[in-house]
Unconditional design. Structure first.
Length: 587
């Protein structure tokens, strides 16, 4: 998981790993190796993480932090191969979230309390400006215990060396905790009573738990009498708990909130809280929005939000083990997420890397307060290069056309579609409400509909035998309302037969009768497709591995496979430059 760094005098800052679009994703790959990977489409020039050593690797969760002018990115990394194992904390830094410099590993097994592994955790900046990392270690008995590490030299802005106190572990699993399911401590926050608090993910049978701990000195931690929250959803990994601004307050609702500000009662009155958990059972990320009682240490989700695995999700695709942090430079909350590979283990070994980080996203509460909005950080635009534009083009039912004039294999595409007529929308079955993915699998991009499917074919070969579809489909409820489905459909993305390529889908919370328009932004980066529907209300990340539609042979099309005509009111697409990755300090 990524880490979050904030707290009372503290700034909620974290260090993260990223994978990005076009040039925006820092992929985990061998330094100096070509961007293209085993399936032609490869890892992605912009997604991933700079490597600390010229070796094959696998990388997982991340922890972000900002310290003395640098964004720090820590991530779980296997220096010995592109498979799980030998986990250490690799470390990279950036001034802009785009170009990254690789440093030596930050934390690695060296003490009895972490001799069998240094797993995920988070960072907190203490009131005196000292960053501290809390992480899960695996001890000689294979128990999961929580440890801390401090910088060896606070004057070093790169934080290249870390020291683990001998008084670790600072949190042991007691008799009421499953010692094999006790991991991923959150960033700590400081309460008005002078106590630090943090949460550790755990489970009891099928009950996921956010176990709450308190401390006065960040060394001696006591388990609270009750958990922060719990749910019947299986193991809770990589929990994240943070405040978000509400619309109508003194600050703009898109601004991030530093937990250090919450001592101000006027600020505290204008925020709500988000609890995110990564469900080990489904491998998806779910969140609730609600209220936090500081005095009672109780988090209560709003009643109209499902508090289970049918609830709100960060991303409806291949996006897991995320972490957010407060960026003190631009006063925003930034979200990082991890995307696993969908090809085979032999493929990963052949290309020498596995696992990437998504493009960092700005995340904030919608005006309605009913969901979070996510959008690629603005720095991504610095990678935009050659540009093409298509405006006011009608696309009749069954038609499609190519968008030429640029290389789309590594690109940023923004499109807006207008629906001319909703009368032919298919009827919506209420039983579909809890299974958008199953609905998209059944009614994929090849199945003709009434209003839709319409959208983009990307990473497509000229003959369209390889293509990935990102599309919308509109249904009519029994009343006068409509339901909008958004899908990423990679079922025809590759000739390779061994690749896992499920459809991914989510419903889009918009009133199509009022807007008549749907916006789509898609970041394409070789093997990575990140799509943002309706301004970031619905997000879907997909991994694809085309064989033929690679490099200059990868194309972009607009299509409409529904009966109703649609209008492409505007499409803007940019080729994306490649950021600096795997650069060594001093080069």
């Amino acid at each position: 998981c990524s880490s979050n760094g904030d707290g009372g005098g503290a700034i909620d800052r974290v260090s993260v790993v990223l994978h990005g679009v076009g040039g925006a994703r820092v992929a985990c790959r061998i330094p100096g190796a070509p961007v293209v990977g085993g399936h032609g489409g490869g890892q992605g020039a912009a997604h991933g993480v700079p490597l600390p050593a010229p070796q094959a690797l696998d990388q997982w969760y991340v922890w972000p932090m900002y310290y003395k002018g640098l964004y720090h990115l820590f991530y779980q990394y296997n220096p010995k191969g592109a498979v799980w194992g030998n986990i250490i904390w690799a470390h990279s830094v950036s001034t802009d979230l785009i170009d990254w410099v690789a440093l030596e590993p930050g934390i690695y097994p060296s003490k009895p309390f972490d001799i069998n592994g240094c797993w995920s955790g988070s960072a907190t900046i203490l009131p005196n400006g000292v960053p501290v990392i809390m992480y899960t270690g695996i001890d000689p008995k294979e128990r999961q215990v929580q440890n801390v590490a401090y910088p060896a030299n606070l004057s070093d802005p790169f934080l290249r060396k870390w020291v683990k106190p001998d008084y670790n572990p600072i949190i042991n699993p007691d008799h009421g905790i499953n010692a094999s399911a006790f991991r991923d401590p959150t960033t700590a926050w400081y309460g008005p009573d002078g106590h630090w608090r943090l949460v550790v993910g755990s489970k009891e049978n099928m009950r996921g738990i956010a176990v709450l701990y308190r401390s006065r000195d960040f060394r001696r931690w006591i388990k609270a009498h009750h958990s922060l929250h719990a749910g019947l959803t299986g193991m809770w990994e990589c929990p994240d708990f943070y405040p978000v601004a509400v619309a109508g307050g003194r600050r703009h609702h898109q601004s991030g909130v530093d937990t250090a500000e919450l001592h101000d009662s006027t600020v505290a009155a204008e925020v709500k809280y988000v609890l995110k958990v990564s469900l080990d059972v489904t491998r998806y990320e779910y969140y609730t929005i609600g209220w936090y009682d500081h005095a009672k240490d109780r988090y209560t989700p709003d009643l109209d939000f499902p508090d289970n695995d049918y609830g709100l999700r960060y991303d409806y695709g291949d996006f897991y083990a995320s972490k957010s942090f407060f960026d003190p430079v631009k006063k925003r909350r930034v979200l990082w997420g991890w995307a696993n590979e969908s090809d085979t283990v032999p493929d990963d070994r052949n290309k020498g890397w596995a696992g990437i980080q998504a493009i960092p996203r700005k995340i904030f509460l919608s005006r309605s307060g009913r969901q979070l909005i996510q959008w690629p950080v603005e720095e991504i635009k610095s990678l935009r290069a050659k540009h093409v534009n298509v405006s006011n083009k009608a696309v009749k039912g069954g038609d499609y056309f190519k968008v030429g004039g640029f290389k789309s294999v590594q690109s940023d595409v923004e499109a807006a579609f207008m629906i001319k007529n909703l009368e032919k929308a298919e009827k919506f079955n209420a039983s579909w409400r809890t299974d958008a993915q199953g609905l998209c699998k059944k009614l994929n991009s090849h199945v003709k509909g009434g209003v839709g499917p319409f959208g983009l074919w990307l990473l497509a070969s000229d003959d369209l035998k390889e293509r990935t579809a990102v599309f919308f489909r509109v249904f009519k409820n029994n009343d006068t309302s409509y339901v909008v489905l958004m899908c990423n459909d990679p079922t025809r993305s590759s000739f390779e037969s061994q690749i896992y390529r499920p459809t991914f889908a989510g419903f889009v919370n918009i009133d199509i009768t009022k807007t008549k328009k749907i916006a789509l932004r898609t970041l394409i980066d070789h093997s990575v497709v990140e799509s943002f529907g309706a301004g970031g209300k619905t997000c879907i990340l997909t991994r694809v591995y085309p064989r033929k539609a690679v490099g200059d042979n990868a194309h972009l099309f607009v299509f409409n496979n529904g009966e109703s005509d649609i209008k492409l009111t505007n499409l803007r697409a940019w080729e994306m430059k490649t950021p600096t990755m795997n650069k060594r300090l001093g080069q």
